[in-house]
Design a protein around this ligand. Sequence first.
Ligand code: ATP
Ligand code: MG
Length: 461
Amino acid sequence: MKSDRLVQEAPVPGSFRVIPRAEHAISRKSISAGALRVLYRLHEAGHRACLVGGAVRDLLLGGHPKDFDVATDATPEQVRALFRNCRLIGRRFRLAHVVFGREIVEVATFRGSSDDGSGDRHLVDGRLVRDNVYGSIEEDAVRRDFTINALYYDIADFSVLDSVGGMDDLRHRMLRLIGDPEQRYREDPVRMLRAARLAAKLGFGIDAATAAPFATLGALLAEAPPARLFDESLKMFLAGHGLASFRTLEQHGLLQQVFPATARVLAREGSGHFRHLIEQTLANTDARVREDKPVTPAFLFAALLWEPVRLAAQALVDTGSDPIAAWSHAAERILREQAQRVAIPRRFTIAVEEIWAMQPRFSQRTRKRAFRLLEHPRFRAAYDFLVLRADESPELAELAAWWTEAQSLGHEQLGERLASVPPSASVEAAAVAPGKRKRPRRRRRKGKAGAAVAPTAEGGD
Ligand code: ATP
Ligand code: MG
């Protein structure tokens, strides 16, 4: 499809403001060795070569970028000819990757914003599905998303180039979309999530005109490719700013577009313990990322969808289903619904289901079952999840403490301990329907915790 509309409405590329080396904070010492080599080699070969995007933004803010993107007037083929360690990738957006050991420097050719009729820039219903028209650096700047992401560090004279007011917005700590926000979100709805994520990561505000279309255009996210939303979810929640991203998404009404079941439950009265579980999970995840410890998407999704699945399972139990079967049906349904938005790879949904399925089993402390549970390969994750849930529920805190101790006991000692666990229906029910209320109501809940869930459970629809 040709896009005459875009040709007419393409912003006129502004001229660059040049900020000389002496007037900005970017030092070559903070640029990775690989990126510097790419920049110099391109420059020596007579090409224009600039650092661009998140790296320039983060360096100007005094941060330490994890990856460095280079923009150049060399075509991908010319880039490949200059570097032995180079491969070309991407169809929708053709790029060169130059590899130095563990570092990959992404090199993109300046993109134009007009359609030359070759089909290399392709819009479907206003959505950008292909963007391979090369252009000038001025054109490259205006097709980027936010002004603070359209700053260039020019290796020719170490100056920073700004044609869209990005330096001012950096100073004012503000995210502002380049061009007409509505048109830019229609081209690519994921830009709405990028706005929330970057605002959270940088502690920036979102300019009013940039945030205004969220309410009307947020629903376009339902049409974004679920695989891309999975990638974006990991960037939002597992990159060290998960809690802030979650709050920003919710505040701007975007959570409901990506995690509808989660947002629906959070909007209900009395969802405080669920919010606490999610926020605690994200805070722990952020801390692990800061300490360079591994984090798994499975735990994240287990937490985000916990209350929807618990309510669905409870609704089935209330209508007479066996609890274990109810859990497995509820898990299957909630994950299937979520997959329509976010394509969670199978290996993670399997882990999510296991973490969930083990929750009611923690209450079944018969000798055979307890030993089997302890040997389960996913025991650790499921136990960690139980501990998080226990944070808001005295019954579960007791259960979690029991399992904490169980892990430190030898086989024989644990066997003795298990013999003294009273058969308790209430604790089992509590595992299916954890603390709805806090301490003051504790006595009254005993023995009927399962009934604490309203019959209008989420799972009923
Ligand atoms: P991060 O620090 O999370 O990596 P980033 O801004 O570098 O943030 P990337 O996804 O690495 O994000 O993108 C690199 C650059 O490419 C951005 O800074 C921006 O200039 C441009 N860009 C990325 N995604 C889009 C988009 N959807 N629309 C327009 N420009 C984009
Ligand atoms: Mg980046």
